[in-house]
Design a binder for this molecule. Structure first.
Ligand code: Q9C
Ligand code: ZN
Length: 345
């Protein structure tokens, strides 16, 4: 198994995020990527840089052009207004607002394209999120050319909360969705996405909600109690041609391995029934008992079990890093999952 990683993914370094009524140091920090990288290296996996993509076609297959242009230029516009630090929104569209009228002024755009105040746009955000999307896409390339059966895309920032034109939840471009679309455009015909991050992958769900060629399965904290709050319920099953191709397993706070593994078995069964030719695993390790912003109770041994169950699907698999904020544990937890897939390609 190879790991794809770009050091450009360290450039995005939010000063603070808005958390429980205060500006606190960002949980989604460069050290996360460094710690995962250190653990992956210690485990003896090969690490390589992503390919460079001449244009943004792979991004545009998933995201709205105006959204990409906004992400690329927002911080420069923020500075041009004489402001300091990181760009944050403060006003959001009312329910039922027009999706076809993009505000001209920056504060309007920040609200139009975002869903929370935990996701600052910094001087390094564009280069970092672009590098993360390229990292995931490079992993997809290795998979669909048959070079590797399993690839780990060490992505930062994460991506699964980002939809076609909304960033939030520490996510800007949806790395897993961009890689999934790339796989579909280059030979894969049925793709399953399994999202095991603590938080529901609302962006990924929305991007593929009407698609019959992509199954989205997610195990996460119940949105009644946890971010992203407004999607992730078990009666969200897809729409139109995509009806039946979306499945959510919301679980209560405090969930440990016993009930988690039952949901994982059910999700894997759904994936087997869908009969995909390729799997994309959105791997968040914020389900850890030590995670500072989450409330599940998985430990290192449980992550080994999680990897083993998913590896038993025996599919070409792209593993894309999502969340995980317990700095001392994320490396060990990611490697515990990857270990189940290691071995000859
Ligand atoms: N701090 C991922 O794990 N929390 N994102 C906002 C106030 C946002 C987590 C609530 C959590 C986002 C990829
Ligand atoms: Zn998460």
């Amino acid at each position: 198994m190879r790991t794809i990683y770009s050091p450009d993914q360290l450039l995005h370094a939010p000063r603070t995020e808005f958390h429980r009524g205060e500006l606190v140091p960002g949980f989604e920090c460069p050290q996360r990527a460094e710690n995962v990288l250190t653990a992956v290296r210690a485990a003896g996996l090969a690490i390589e840089a992503p390919a460079s993509f001449d244009d943004e076609q792979h991004l545009l297959r998933v995201h709205q052009p105006e959204f990409i242009e906004f992400l690329r230029t927002a911080h420069d516009q923020w500075l041009a207004l004489g402001r300091d630090g990181d760009a944050l929104p403060a006003t959001w569209p009312v329910r039922g607002a027009r999706p076809d009228r993009i505000p001209v002024e920056l504060d309007g755009k920040l609200g139009f394209f975002s869903c929370d105040m935990a996701t600052p746009i910094t001087a390094g955000t564009w280069r970092t999120t672009r590098a993360a999307a390229d990292t995931a896409t490079s992993g997809a390339q290795l998979l669909c050319t048959g070079v590797e059966k399993t690839v780990f895309a060490l992505c930062r920032p994460p991506g699964h909360h980002a939809s076609r034109n909304v960033y939030g939840g520490y996510c800007y471009l949806n790395n897993a969705a961009i890689a999934t679309q790339y796989l579909g455009d280059h030979g894969a015909s049925r793709i399953a996405i399994l999202d095991v991050d603590y938080h529901h992958g609302n962006g990924t769900q929305q991007i593929f909600y009407d698609r019959s060629d992509v199954l989205f399965a997610s195990i996460h904290a119940d949105p009644a109690t946890d971010y992203p709050y407004f999607l992730g319920h078990d009666d969200e099953t897809g729409i139109g041609e995509g009806t039946g191709c979306n499945v959510n397993f919301p679980l209560p706070r405090g969930t440990g391995w016993q009930s988690y593994s039952e949901a994982l078995d059910a999700a894997c069964q759904r994936i087997e029934d869908f009969a995909p030719d390729t799997l994309v695993l959105s791997l968040g390790v914020d389900t850890s008992e030590n995670d500072p912003i989450s409330a599940f109770r998985l430990n290192t041994e449980d992550y080994r079990g999680l990897g083993q169950r998913i590896a038993r699907l025996d599919l070409p698999t792209l593993i894309v890093l999502e969340g995980g904020y317990a700095l001392d544990d994320i490396g060990a937890h990611v490697v515990a999952v990857l270990g189940a897939f290691s071995g000859p390609g």
